[in-house]
Design a protein around this ligand. Structure first.
Ligand code: ADP
Length: 200
């Protein structure tokens, strides 16, 4: 199944692509991003799927990190190896828990995407896959989250050096459609970007 739906092409030829329905654990980008919790102990949703597919070495590295540095606050990111995954690295980030929108949720969510992309750059990666951070158990309304996610990823990629390609891997059709419409909106308001969409 070709789950490609759309891509934004930046003036520097970097691309942000939208796929779905798709499973992030199967992606072959240099890194995949995990929507983790602050304890980095695994959990449900995408977090559980990544640990199941990647094997126990990822959890060992997460435990070591927490023992050394303490919990990972919302908006921050850290890196482990990819274990048995096709991706070489997993970048774990903690999204904000949505509680009405007045608790800096949008800043924290933008910070997740920014920090992950900066870590990818520090490790000279060329490609990274993101899930829809915070829109599952953490309750962030998906249309609002999509606008923040797409805006931050495109913003960071504008000035990236090694990173050439960002992929959003969206688990269900509703989430995928929210991200594609956020991409359409961004391209309409900023005419330096170009949008390509799948025909069907
Ligand atoms: P959060 O706690 O940050 O809200 P969740 O894992 O509950 O994280 O949900 C985030 C998003 O990840 C949701 O859209 C959910 O459907 C999606 N998701 C769950 N499993 C996967 C997977 N294997 N690949 C990609 N996305 C996934």
């Amino acid at each position: 199944m070709d789950e490609f739906k759309a891509r934004i092409i930046l003036p520097n030829s970097r691309t942000v692509e939208f796929r779905g329905p798709a499973d992030i654990t199967e992606q072959q980008t240099d890194a995949i991003v995990n929507a983790a919790n602050s304890y980095l102990i695994g959990g449900g949703g995408v977090d559980g799927a990544i640990h199941r597919a990647g094997g126990p070495s990822i959890l060992d590295e997460c435990r070591q990190f927490v023992a050394q540095h303490g919990q990972l606050p919302a908006g921050r990111a850290m890196l482990t190896s990819g274990g048995r995954l096709a991706a070489r690295y997993v970048i774990h980030t903690v999204g904000p828990i949505y509680s009405g929108g007045e608790s800096k949720e949008s800043e924290l969510l933008a910070s997740c995407y920014r920090e992950c992309i900066r870590l990818a750059e520090q490790h000279r990666m060329e490609s990274i896959s993101f899930p829809s951070i915070s829109t599952g158990a953490y309750g962030y309304p998906v249309h609002q989250a999509a606008i923040i996610a797409v805006g931050s990823a495109v913003g960071e990629l504008n000035t990236a050096s090694s990173l050439k390609y960002v992929r959003f891997v969206l688990f269900d059709i509703a989430t995928r459609n929210a991200y594609v419409s956020a991409a359409e909106k961004l391209v309409q308001t900023k005419n330096k970007y170009r949008l390509e969409e799948a025909s069907s």
